[in-house]
Ligand binder design. Structure first.
Ligand code: NAD
Length: 301
């Protein structure tokens, strides 16, 4: 298999590149390094420093004619999307359209897209399913939702096959202390520097934290399965920020100072995604529980 991974120098993309190589795939990475780093990219992958909005990126896909494009490159920071909605839309909508046009012209067999639980907004439901209403409360959630619609329309108009994966909050080694779901990376960074943990709001907000290697396995399962489907990739379990701090304290082995501060605009209160569809259609289930995942992240970060 030949694959292109956009965003392959980033946190999730670089883990995906490694696993694809392990499985014998030829891998090309398209990344402009705006948040990714060259050192994250496995030396056996072919690295192209390109912006997903560029003609250069398009030409590479047309020339390489990959079987699959994993489209992960994005502006993935909720706060930045609120501050700079035009920039966010340009990256996440126009960038995606450019990649889709290239895939269509190169007759790529399938596009696998990294979407987010952020498309639902503040739904006030204990467990969200793919059929639930999408009501983003950040421009990031909106730009990802719009990109999803373009992907579906490219299939409808041109037969370009796809799977859209909506991830929960992903964590693991190599995650930068910035960006969506970065709370674990931020906390680990501050613990290592001996700094207090800043908790926005009362700390009772919950997230569905899913380990990066589980996300990678879902992406790879989607190569053969889940065509034309939108599928949540999650643990289906809610973990509050306060509970997270308790587990980190246990792993660290001594008390950690916490400071409670104001809640942030665009932040979602509770987010937990049902993973029934992923289990059924991708024959996937999360294998790394939060405590083990945190321990591994603490050890390798
Ligand atoms: P990341 O910032 O580490 O990776 C994104 C990569 O895309 C970076 O290497 C960056 O340099 C690259 N990139 C950004 N804009 C680009 C552009 N215009 N052209 C080329 N490359 C560009 O973030 P991540 O956490 O690894 O996220 C990967 C994907 O997963 C994103 O699409 C994100 O929206 C999605 N996602 C992440 C999470 C999470 O919790 N981390 C949750 C849901 C969805």
């Amino acid at each position: 298999m030949k694959a292109v991974v956009t965003g392959g120098a980033g946190f999730i993309g670089s883990h995906l590149v490694e696993e694809l190589l392990l499985q014998g795939a030829k891998v090309h990475v398209l990344d402009n390094l705006v948040s990714g780093q060259l050192k994250n990219v496995h030396p056996l992958a072919v690295m192209h420093i390109e912006d997903i909005r560029s003609q250069g990126a398009k030409q590479i896909i047309k020339r390489e004619k990959p079987d699959v494009v994993f489209h992960l490159a994005a502006q993935a920071d909720v706060g930045q999307s609120i501050r700079e909605p035009k920039y966010d839309a340009d990256m996440n909508i126009n960038g995606t359209i450019n990649i889709l046009e290239a895939c269509r012209e190169a007759s790529v067999k399938k596009v696998i897209f990294a979407s987010t639980s952020g498309v639902y907004g503040n739904l006030q439901k204990d467990l969200i399913s793919e059929k639930d209403l999408t009501m983003p409360i950040s421009y990031y959630g909106l730009s990802k939702l719009t990109a999803e619609s373009y992907i579906r329309l490219f299939h409808q108009l041109y037969g370009l096959s796809y799977t859209i994966l909506r991830y929960g909050n992903v964590y693991g080694p190599r995650q930068s202390a910035k960006g969506e779901g970065g709370v674990i990376a931020i906390f680990l960074d501050r613990i290592k520097k001996g700094m207090p943990l800043m908790i926005h709001g009362d700390g009772e907000q919950t997230r569905d934290f899913v380990y990066v290697k589980d996300i990678v396995r879902a992406n790879i399962a989607a190569v053969e399965k889940g065509d034309q489907e939108t599928i949540q990739v999650s643990t289906g379990k809610s973990i509050s920020i306060n509970h997270l701090v308790k587990m980190l304290t246990q792993i660290y082995g001594s008390p950690i100072e916490t400071i409670y501060t104001h809640a942030r605009t665009g932040d979602i209160k509770h987010s937990c995604l049902d993973n029934k569809k992923a289990r059924q259609l991708l024959q996937w289930n999360p294998q790394v529980d939060i405590f083990n995942g945190l321990t591994e992240t603490y050890t390798f970060s």
